[in-house]
Ligand binder design. Structure first.
Ligand code: PMP
Length: 436
């Protein structure tokens, strides 16, 4: 069945959804015109929609489904925990085991705590930085996405009209964000080391933490320059602020996460997505003395934190199973597939003579409809025409058997083969030809 289609079940489901969900939608990220396709089931790296159409999934639930769908080990983990109970008002062995795995794999993590989403984990890390330092402000990179905590959203989509010669302004993302939130967020440019350091130094006395994703997807999915990460590490220490590295997505880059690629050690690291094995999850981990802010063993902690479903054994058990499946060679294989895809799609752009390129690293890549060099949020910000091409591309790919979000972000999964990658590259090339 072609997309869109008048007699599609997805269309009918969306009409039904419109009656009870605003715009028929629960996640803005899956919104699609004229209607989104609805998933029926997934197996390996493929997803079938409610009309029975099969597609290779390059979205993988926004990078979370690193093993694709219905992996036998994950089914086993989920089923055995289901038989035992899904969440208790008591801690379980499973949270210790997942914490041990993170502490073993990530050099800068000595203690960690679990929550239910990356958003919550970012919020916990920001609050921990404030509690630990006694200072109020957080710095973040312009255009970088860190979930939906008010402070983390500031300047997520700042537009050229607001780009003066001065430091990037703190701009509200969501309507209703109080001015006080903007006042406590310092926005720094990504990959402009000197400028970022200068801005941070000017706020040293109020700066609690610097939040950075070393390869922010909404800011272009370009890796941070090595010097940029080193400088943020140094200036954080100099300002007695914490370096908070957001690895909610970047943790899929390597066995020890992202930090070894930049040779930096965070004070706090934020996790999510792949560490839940397909179930909701988030975690914040880091230096033992910093993580003490959560410690209730001497009375009320500086930062009390609960969460009805935090560290629930479904997420912990499946997360543990998913993480154990990921061994050093898994990351090598994923990176090789990523290279194949980046090279193949770049070649498809050259053959079709359309302006375009791919960015990314390891199992992550992003398609941009421009030939100009992308280094940060501003250079990655698509024009209306480029945005339209990205949206057209993902719609065309739906009819070429490939699922890709309109942001152009692709995340590969362990069940994908080199043959699947070739299939995706050919589908992209056919779709690009139709964009000419
Ligand atoms: N940080 C980053 C870098 C993310 O990409 C995301 C989600 N895509 C989040 C935080 C928030 O995670 P969640 O959607 O689980 O709240």
């Amino acid at each position: 069945m072609q997309f869109p289609s008048d007699d599609s079940r997805s269309r009918r489901l969306n009409q039904r959804a419109q009656r009870v969900l605003p715009g028929g939608n629960t996640r803005t990220t899956v919104f699609m015109k004229p209607y989104p396709i609805y998933a029926a089931y997934g197996k390996g790296c493929r997803v079938w929609d409610v009309d029975g159409v099969e597609r290779i999934d390059c979205t993988n639930n926004f990078t979370a489904a690193i093993h694709g769908y219905a992996h036998p080990e994950l089914i086993r983990a989920a089923q055995s925990q289901l038989n035992l109970g899904t969440a208790f008002g008591l801690p379980t062995l499973s949270e210790i085991e997942l914490a041990e795995l993170l502490v073993e794999r990530v050099a800068s993590v000595e203690h960690c705590r679990f929550v239910n989403s990356g958003t919550e984990a970012v919020m916990s890390a920001i609050k921990a930085a404030r509690a630990y330092t006694g200072k109020p402000k957080i710095a973040k990179c312009e255009g970088a996405y860190h979930g939906t905590y008010d402070y983390a959203e500031v300047s997520l989509d700042s537009q050229p009209g607001a780009w003066g010669a001065e430091a990037p302004a703190s701009i509200a993302y969501a309507a209703g964000t109080p001015q006080a939130v903007m006042d406590d967020v310092i926005v720094i440019p990504f990959n402009q080391t000197e400028r970022a350091v200068e801005i941070l130094r000017a706020h040293a006395s109020e700066l609690a933490g610097i939040l950075v994703d070393p390869m922010p997807h909404r800011a272009g999915l370009v890796p941070a320059d090595p010097g940029y990460m080193t400088a943020l590490r140094e200036v954080a220490s100099e300002c007695r602020a914490l370096l908070i590295v957001d690895e909610v997505i970047a943790f899929r880059l390597g066995f020890g996460g992202a930090q070894p690629f930049w040779n930096v050690a965070a004070d706090l690291t934020v996790f999510g997505k792949i560490i839940g094995g397909g179930f909701p999850v988030g975690a914040v981990g880091g230096r033992r003395d910093v993580m003490q802010v959560f410690d209730p063993s001497h009375g009320k902690p500086q930062l009390p934190q609960g969460g009805t479903f935090s560290a629930n054994p479904m997420s912990m058990r499946c997360g543990l199973a998913a993480m154990r499946l990921l061994q050093p060679d898994s990351f090598q294989q994923l990176a090789a597939l990523g290279e194949q895809m980046r090279a193949g799609i770049s070649a498809a752009f050259r053959r079709t003579r359309l302006a375009g390129q791919t960015t990314g690293m390891g199992s992550l890549l992003k398609i941009h409809f421009t030939d100009t060099s992308i280094t940060d949020y501003r250079s990655a910000l698509p024009t209306a025409e480029m945005k339209q091409k990205s949206e057209r591309l993902s719609a065309l790919l739906l009819n070429e058997g490939v699922l890709l979000g309109s942001s152009g972000l692709m995340a590969l999964s362990t069940p994908m083969t080199s043959g699947d990658a070739d299939q995706i590259i050919s589908a992209v090339e056919r779709a690009l030809q139709r964009l000419l």
